[in-house]
Design a protein around this ligand. Structure first.
Ligand code: AVJ
Length: 321
């Protein structure tokens, strides 16, 4: 047992939208839909970690390589005594690359809605970086909230890796970045990972891998309905669908019904036509220029952008105007 300890845990008691409400509402719409945030139950989170190790899913390893390759430049931008504020911090793995490179961070502030995972990840990180005050905030970062007073006088730098920004439709991405900007405050800066536009073949495979892990990840939503909502869905009568639409600049992910069928969820009946789709996720892809334009709408000015040699993925550094 090492010395480091959690500096603070602030529970803003986020009200979670229930899976039940989301599914019953989403299945009443045309097309049927399930919001992608519900992928990440225990089984879904384990499958996502498996996705990150797939040969076809280049995103995670490419972003990590960009962060490692450019950590000196990135740390120079962030400067001494900065506060690193990460929304949706999950296991807090990628931030370790930054904390190693930084002169001395004044604080690391992981913000996550999942209380127990946040506590575990923050405690673990505090043990590994005993000189960095870790101030965990349990909150729904898609809604406005206030940060607790933070130590240090350096700037506040948002860290939003993983191309999670791609899950928002562009207008919602701007609103999300504007909320992030408000929380960072004047003089705030942002380090954000964004997947780049590329050939459809590469994207199609990244979201429909040969081993079927992404299919299992997507179909886990139906298993989750059966487990948690007393559902009677026959998973074998559905299939995973994922493809890149160059026209829309996004990967579109659906679950397709393979037959005309009736299912029951929490006592409610739903009909599916053969080939009917349930929308489960978009994953938007941006060129460097497109993403700079989008960030500008939220008040962010581009400072620097790093990519890998194959130009698969980008990491942007922005400063608030
Ligand atoms: C974690 C949201 C960035 O869009 O690439 C991976 C999620 N979905 N495979 C992505 C995901 C299917 C992933 N993000």
């Amino acid at each position: 047992m090492r010395n480091g300890a959690l500096f603070g845990f602030h529970d803003l008691a986020p009200g979670e939208e229930s899976f039940r409400d989301a599914v019953l509402a989403g299945f009443g719409r045309v097309p049927k839909r399930i919001p992608c945030k519900f992928f990440y139950d225990a089984r879904g989170s384990a499958l996502f970690e498996e996705i990150c190790r797939l040969p076809e899913y280049y995103l995670t390893r490419t972003e990590i390589a960009i962060l490692e390759e450019n950590s000196t430049d990135i740390a120079a931008q962030m400067g001494p005594q900065c506060r690193v504020i990460e929304f949706g911090s999950g296991a807090s793995q990628k931030v370790r690359i930054l904390l190693h490179a930084l002169d001395q961070a004044a604080a690391y502030v992981p913000v996550d809605i999942s209380r127990e995972h946040l506590r575990d990840a923050a405690t673990c990180l505090a043990e590994d970086f005993p000189s960095v005050p870790v101030i965990a905030v349990c909150a729904d970062y898609t809604r406005p909230f206030r940060l607790p007073p933070l130590p240090g006088k350096g700037k506040s730098v948002g860290f939003f890796p993983g191309s999670t920004i791609g899950n928002f439709e562009p207008d919602a991405a701007v609103a999300f970045l504007a909320n992030y900007a408000r929380i960072l405050g004047p003089g705030g800066e942002m380090l954000i990972g964004v997947d780049l536009k590329k050939e459809a073949d590469i994207l199609d495979l990244a979201y429909d891998d040969r081993a079927g892990v992404t299919a299992a990840f997507n179909l886990n939503l139906l298993e989750r309905i059966n487990r948690e909502l007393d559902g009677d869905l026959d998973i074998d009568r559905f299939e995973h669908v994922a493809f890149y639409s160059a026209a829309k600049g996004r990967v579109e992910i659906y679950i397709r019904s393979l037959a005309d069928q009736t299912v029951h969820i929490a006592g409610t009946r739903f009909q599916f036509a053969k080939d009917e789709l349930i929308h489960t996720e978009y994953s938007y892809k941006y060129s460097v220029e497109e993403f700079r334009d989008l960030a500008a709408r939220a008040g962010f000015r581009p400072v620097d952008t790093w990519t890998d040699p194959a130009e698969l993925f980008s990491v942007h550094y922005f400063r608030l105007r």
